[in-house]
Design a protein around this ligand. Structure first.
Ligand SMILES: Nc1nc2c(ncn2[C@@H]2O[C@H](COP(=O)(O)OP(=O)(O)OP(=O)(O)O)[C@@H](O)[C@H]2O)c(=O)[nH]1
Ligand SMILES: [Mg+2]
Length: 346
């Protein structure tokens, strides 16, 4: 999964990126796009790994991209390069500044920044759709396809993001190559100073999240930086002191998984214990394809043990003997925590 950290110059993206990834890229305006990988913590993988003592344990991963804002231009916005980067992301995390930054204009205006970002994305999508429609009319494209683009245009003109269109009204399988900005799931991260770390989300932001079909969270990059440098016991005490229950990384990952409707299935063995992230609703054959295309092509059946049953039985053998191992066909809908063994033949 790819999460892009986006937003205007000096909102704290690189600071957030460093604390989430444990990297230490230079703070300061502008620069290149940075990439960092984070393991998705999953206690079930820890347990399975302890049972199998495999040569390798592989957690699901998130790749964070730190995408710099525009600098030196007359408008504060997103560069063309940033917009291009954004199109490659699965989830957009907009970091909005809610702390005074003396290097910029001083006072923070998170709601104004959120509006400006949303408007920019709306216009970028609208421009793309208008160009498409112009060409489509000349080239006499399929009427149904034109109708879909007209509908998207009307949505944007009503200042609504494309993600507000329910799946029943828009076949997105044909749209993947366009990378519409307002169709990406959006997480708004309000970044504020340490003294306000545990304050609730500003009401002006909360009020905007519903109509935007976006999720929101509050964090303080400076607090997270401190947490990241502590051992586990100190972390807990520090979080308690500030009135927080968990670090931003944990909240980030959970929110992003929820936004994308991701779940994990597991493969186990003495070679490797591994988590595989998939979209909820994925069928066994396609899930097998995540492991290797041969497993999808030559799919015969899946042997499935739900995680809880596996733990209760204590071993694969015991699960099989007690009837907890189910043999499923290609159309079985994989569930979160399924331990799968794919039988295939190519
Ligand atoms: N007080 C406070 N300052 C912060 C916080 N997060 C970032 N800053 C400061 O804000 C300034 C800009 O932070 P960066 O992380 O470089 O901002 P950025 O969004 O990556 O900026 P660009 O890459 O230029 O788009 C730095 O001086 C940071 O130390 C925070 O949570 N609290
Ligand atoms: Mg930066």
């Amino acid at each position: 999964m790819r999460i892009g950290l986006v937003g205007f110059a000096g909102s704290g993206k690189t600071t957030v990126f460093n604390t989430l990834t444990g990297l230490n890229v230079p703070i300061g305006f502008g620069g290149e796009v940075h990439l960092g990988t984070v393991k998705v913590p999953d206690a079930r993988i820890d347990t399975l790994s302890a049972m199998f003592s495999p040569k390798k344990t592989t957690f699901a991963e998130i790749i964070f991209s730190d995408i710099p804002g525009e600098h030196g231009a007359e408008h504060k916005g997103l560069s063309g390069k940033a917009l291009q980067q954004i199109r490659d992301q699965d989830v957009l995390c907009l970091v909005v500044r809610d702390f005074a930054n003396p290097a910029l204009d001083g006072a923070a205006s998170p709601a104004t920044d959120l509006d400006a970002f949303v408007t920019e994305c709306l216009f970028a999508d609208l421009a793309m759709i208008e160009r498409w429609l112009e060409r489509a009319r000349r080239e006499k494209k399929d009427a149904l396809e034109i109708a879909a683009f007209e509908m998207m245009k009307a949505t944007l003109e009503a200042e609504k993001p494309l993600r507000s269109i329910p799946p029943s009204q828009l076949d997105r399988s044909k749209l993947t190559s366009y990378g519409f900005l307002t169709d990406r799931p959006l997480l708004v991260a309000v970044n504020r100073s340490e003294s306000h770390a545990a304050d609730p989300m500003p009401t002006e932001i909360t009020a905007r999240l519903g109509p935007l079909f976006a999720a929101g969270m509050v964090l303080s990059a400076s607090v997270e930086a401190e947490i990241a440098s502590m051992d586990a016991a100190d972390q807990k005490a520090f979080l308690d002191d500030l009135g927080l229950t968990e670090s931003a990384l944990t909240r980030f990952i959970r929110t992003a998984y929820g936004l994308l409707d991701l779940i994990s299935f597991f493969t186990v063995g003495t070679d490797e214990v591994r988590a595989w992230p998939i979209l909820r609703g994925t069928k066994a054959k396609q899930a097998a394809g995540k492991i290797h295309s041969d497993l999808e092509r030559g799919f015969i059946r899946a042997e499935v043990i739900p995680y809880e049953h596996f733990i209760a039985c204590g071993s694969e053998h015991a699960a099989r003997d007690t009837g907890h191992l189910k043999v499923e066909g290609k159309d079985y809908v994989v569930q979160d925590g399924d331990i799968m063994h794919i039988r295939f033949n190519v």
